[in-house]
Design a binder for this molecule. Sequence first.
Ligand SMILES: Cc1ncc(COP(=O)(O)O)c(C=O)c1O
Length: 606
Amino acid sequence: MKPHHSGPTLNVLGSTFLSFSAYRTKTVRVKFTKVSVFQRGYLTPGASLRVTHGAGGGAVPGSKSVKSPTLRAASIIKPCGTYIFLPSFYPHPPSSCSLSTSCPLFIVTRRDYTMLNARKTTRITPHVTSPTAVPPSRAIQASTLPARSLAPKSSTQFPRNFHKLTIEQVGAEKHYYLTEDGRKILDVSGGAAVSCFGPGPNDRIANAVFEAYKIYGGYSCSYSFTNPSTQDFIDALVQSAGGYMEAALLYGSGSDAVEAAAKIILQYHAENNQLQRKVFIAREQSYHGTTLAALSWGSYWSRRKPFEDVLMTVPRVTACNPYRGKKAGETDQAYVARLRAELEQTFLDVGPEKIAGFVCEPVVGAALGCMPAIPGYLQAVRELCDKYNVPLVFDEIMCGWGRSGTLHAWQDYGVVPDIQLLGKGLVGGYEVLSAMLIGKKLGAMDAIRRGSGFFNHGHTIQGMPKTCAGALETMRMVEEQLPNIREMGKRLMEGLQARLRAHPNVGDIRGKGLFIGIEFVQDNLSKTAFNPDDRVSVSLHEMGLTSPHDIHVYPGTGSANPEGREGDHIILAPPFDVDGAEVDLIVSLVGNLIEHFFKEFKPNKQ
Ligand SMILES: Cc1ncc(COP(=O)(O)O)c(C=O)c1O
């Protein structure tokens, strides 16, 4: 393959560990800074490494081409993923080098290698004998994983969690993540219920985004301009709500949209001279995001803990959780009546004239593991909100946009919110976008139009044209798949029930559409939760990422008690375009994983 040098330029600092999967079949140009010594080189046969010494390069002038056999015939060729340990025979660091290969590459500098070597659980073993073998040292051993001893791989990337190992991804293919040790991991949870069609590239979205990019470029200043791409998506989004919504605003993360909801409601009350309406009411066992207002609304104890003192005071009512909340022999109607009475009492205790709004997830995601509202519950909430003039917010960031079987989760319940939030899969995981829909009934737009005239909550980047083009195409694709989501969701639920219902550690399997949660218990008669120190859901998720399981399930905690301190569940949120055979495979893989995990599981001494 003829190398060409138009590939992207990447800076490699001394300790950087890079995946080159995005540059398959291309030559990439790599610039090195502050790298003093390199390890031996391994290259795919036929690939070439061209090292150029330029300014700051050191003793070897000019450039030097090295064919892979010279470096050492690669004994580590795998279907994807090759490590390049840069040659140690260069006494001084090259300023740049060009790599030409048809495989995804890893560059490992010596410092990384040393670091990886030092970490027994993640050490790279270069000599993998079989192309499909998983280097055992690379695989996470869930049962032996040291809970608190992992260091970040790269010293420059601040890890999300110093105690949790992440896996090096080198690519994605349809419904699979491709890892650097040559494995394909089936994503049965859409990551964190984000990817709608799997993590792999998608031509329809890529084309839509690229066409818009060719016209509008990347950034459009939404303070000064609008454009047909953004407008078309917003129109389609608002129309998709069947005439109940009047407008939408676009943001980035889900938390951004939640923050905007809190602000627009507060401003709406201010425009109506109701400045005393400042108290939001939310529910136990809910998660609404990580920014300060969003964190205040949510009750996710472990995420709130360090920030508790600076959060808003948010009175809470019990979540609608029939698995744990319903009394023995209680009917759905009686349970709903009880929850309704509690909410009304809370409104009265706070004083309806002080309430800014009430927020809930129609199907609770991360905090309760896909718990759908039972029939009649959301109607009861709507009635009370109407009675006391309390704006009702539905956070559909996780459960909406097709995930629960209808485009908007509320459509199946026949209950319309005043403010609706969407995020996660709004562009199928291909771009970052969230949205806030404003209900017609509330009249927030009119209040602000006639009042101050502007919503005092702008972001620099909102609703970029290329992102919206991707969102519009995603919306079409999701709508096409709605019947499949319902049909495959039913098949998945039935399959999981048949396989796992009798398992003593499976307490409940629930959900809606392709959004299914499995809650784990010490025994399914007493429903006793596991000790949080056992890290059941997280360890099970970690085991899933090892061979032979190779599946990604999304773990959650806190589903067992109102403060969210105990309880373990996993979320399954498979791609919307799964077929029957793949659903059956998911049932089998998830069943095997759960059975394997609990066979090996040894609880902490309590
Ligand atoms: C229901 C719900 N709301 C809000 C958020 C926050 O979204 P993000 O993480 O994109 O900020 C999440 C994230 O999991 C969520 O599940």
